[in-house]
Design a protein around this ligand. Structure first.
Ligand SMILES: [Zn+2]
Length: 105
């Protein structure tokens, strides 16, 4: 579950918030939450974003969990690559690894 992805059009890596804010500026459309992004943005991200480790495309945005009592985001939004999925031995090919580079065994 990478917290960041590589944008081939921008030639840089970014996290969900950074990339969605850039898209908001690019498409001149407001962006409020990771679960409310337009379908044409999602189609764009599937083509544009690559896994930072194995370079597959097909990114989906998964929104962070929100703690109901405080309203504070308890888990950052992340990218999921399921179509066609990560290459074998990719660091991010399990639910337990993030962008730390240290797989949890
Ligand atoms: Zn990967």
């Amino acid at each position: 579950m990478p917290l960041t992805a590589y944008s081939t059009s921008r030639e840089r890596e970014g996290d969900v918030e950074q990339i969605l804010k850039q898209m908001s500026a690019q498409f001149e459309e407001p962006y409020n939450a990771a679960d409310g992004i337009p379908e044409d943005w999602r189609a764009y991200l599937r083509i544009d974003l690559q896994c930072p480790s194995c370079f597959v495309t097909g990114a989906e945005v998964v929104r962070g969990a929100v703690a109901t009592k405080t309203g504070k985001i308890s888990r950052q939004s992340f990218f999921r690559f399921t179509t066609p999925g990560h290459r074998q031995h990719c660091d991010f090919d399990t639910a337990e690894t993030a962008n730390t580079g240290v797989p949890i065994l």
